[in-house]
Design a protein. Structure first.
Length: 215
């Protein structure tokens, strides 16, 4: 099995059955962005940081195109998003074969567009993941299957956070996530921080503690 996605790894301190953390960056960034968190996260984690498949000249990458029309309304290329969703799901299988990790202890960590994709992977392929750290993103239901069966989601656990003055993705969009997850009976924690489109130090500390308790 191989993969079409470029990525970076930080090996685990464990020689087998390591908990796996897969990072997905935001629009216009690359695999180096979230990888800067790696040295501060628990050493038991086997960490992989992915590069999104669509290049954005002159630099950076995207999980899917965001288009602007004449009225400056943004719309997402859902076909590309679903393709990226499936690529990440296939990558989980690839990583579990290629590295000494525990397929039953997989965490997705996303930022912004990477969070939107992490939600989509978890709710489409729940059997492949356990924990989701959803930073500065929102739930985009057009990237999910038509039918969501809550019985498939009982094991999932989400940490969701957002900047209360986010100028890129309005906090109102993120505030819909807890209601959506509640309706499906999915465990979650939702927090806001007084920052824009980024991860505040306290936010990092809080999700690190949340994750450490769950691996």
């Amino acid at each position: 099995m191989n993969t079409s996605l470029h990525y970076l790894t930080r090996p685990s301190s464990l020689s087998e059955n390591a908990p796996l953390l897969i990072m997905s960056h935001g629009y216009g960034s690359d695999e180096n962005d979230l990888f800067s968190f790696a040295q501060e996260l628990p050493e038991e984690l086997f960490i992989i940081s992915l590069r999104a498949p669509y290049p954005l000249p002159p630099f950076g990458n995207a999980w899917y195109a965001i288009n602007f029309d004449a009225q400056q309304n943004k719309w997402n290329d859902v076909e590309q998003a679903v393709s990226s969703r499936d690529k990440i799901a296939e990558f989980i299988d690839y990583a579990c074969e290629a590295y000494p990790v525990d397929p039953n202890n997989v965490t997705l960590l996303g930022f912004s567009q990477g969070t939107i994709l992490s939600y989509a992977v978890a709710l489409t392929y729940p059997e492949k993941v356990k924990n989701i750290v959803a930073l500065s993103g929102y739930i985009s239901e057009d990237m999910f299957p038509d039918e969501l069966e809550s019985t498939r989601y009982k094991h999932l656990d989400f940490y969701c956070s957002h900047g209360s003055v986010d100028q890129v993705i309005p906090v109102e969009w993120a505030r819909k996530s807890p209601h959506f997850l509640n309706d499906l009976g999915i465990k979650h924690q939702y927090s806001e921080y007084p920052v824009g489109h980024g991860v505040a130090p306290q936010n990092f500390y809080d999700f690190k503690n949340w994750l450490t308790e769950r691996i």
